[in-house]
Design a protein around this ligand. Sequence first.
Ligand SMILES: NC(=O)c1ccc[n+]([C@@H]2O[C@H](COP(=O)([O-])OP(=O)(O)OC[C@H]3O[C@@H](n4cnc5c(N)ncnc54)[C@H](O)[C@@H]3O)[C@@H](O)[C@H]2O)c1
Length: 343
Amino acid sequence: METIKYIAGDSSSRIIIGEDWKKTKDRIDTEKSFIITDTNIKKIYGADFPPCPVISISPGEDLKSMATVEKLIEHLLSMGADRSSFLLGIGGGVICDITGFVASVYMRGIAFGFVSTSLLSQVDASIGGKNGVNVDRVKNIAGCFNHPSFVVCDPSMLNTLTEEEYLSGLGELIKHALIKDIDLLGSIEDNLEAIKRRDNLIMEKLIAESIRIKVSVISQDEKEKGERRLLNFGHTIGHAIESSTGLKHGISVAHGMNLAAEISHEEGMLDKGEIQRSRDILLGLGLLPEFTILKGKLAEYIYKDKKKEGDVLFFVKLEGIGNGKVKKIPVESLLRILADKGY
Ligand SMILES: NC(=O)c1ccc[n+]([C@@H]2O[C@H](COP(=O)([O-])OP(=O)(O)OC[C@H]3O[C@@H](n4cnc5c(N)ncnc54)[C@H](O)[C@@H]3O)[C@@H](O)[C@H]2O)c1
């Protein structure tokens, strides 16, 4: 078990990796807490939830909306939640993003924490204080920065994830290695089989390393004015693939990273061996499944990207493995490159 503490702005947060999630009841005042979860998680783990009122919503990205936020607030009001209440989100990235957002606006802000249940939320979504919901299919367009008091990441919960959801999380874990840590990439390469069989001890170590990278980035740049943009490696193209194909987030990001690595190679920043190495890992773990997309569709979504500033995008390239670089590129240039690649 390992605890990673961080301070960002005025907040401090602790991430506990490898602790039995059932001990979370000892971290909260159960008299003052409310649980937000989805029906999948409630079905599998509900019997062991801390003894608090539970609000469960249907699983999936469609529920990550303002309408859900409103409904949850109505529920909390009717159950008597007040300024001293605590919200515990138990779930994947969708539940963490919504819980953090609801807690941030309910009565102008109440305390919250997460039991992060999917690999994607353990290595990414629940870490770093970004909360929010989608509006009109534009992802995370309404949101805020606000940090949970704690995040519990218990790798044994990954055993019940579907293969697709597990793969999706691996995409974000590999991202952290590609942008910041060549040693983590080596550990992933050395443990491909253990990763595939979800070996809890190996995963605990890899998750902790991956979280350490994210925490070091967000501690330097909480509000994404500079260094934090590195975490968007693979996301400009990945989000567009996700929105237009319905592929899972981390799998779309894996395709986005692969294309961004190709672009880095074409611009002389990444050598042939390095691009092959990153592709081999993604392929080896099954993260580059084929997909079809109408020509021009990616462009449509990239135009909507909220990380675009005017006609310019912050696009992350690799200057060698483990060394991501944020570069400004005109949107038109990226669209031309993608069109030349047949997208
Ligand atoms: N806030 C951030 O910084 C950040 C970063 C990355 C992604 N995100 C967001 O995270 C979301 C994706 O997260 P996700 O992939 O966890 O999606 P999710 O929360 O929808 O979970 C995926 C599915 O897995 C199920 N599930 C979760 N944990 C399980 C478990 N242990 N056993 C069985 N089933 C389980 C859920 O019920 C759901 O059906 C997206 O909305 C994305 O925008 C946010």
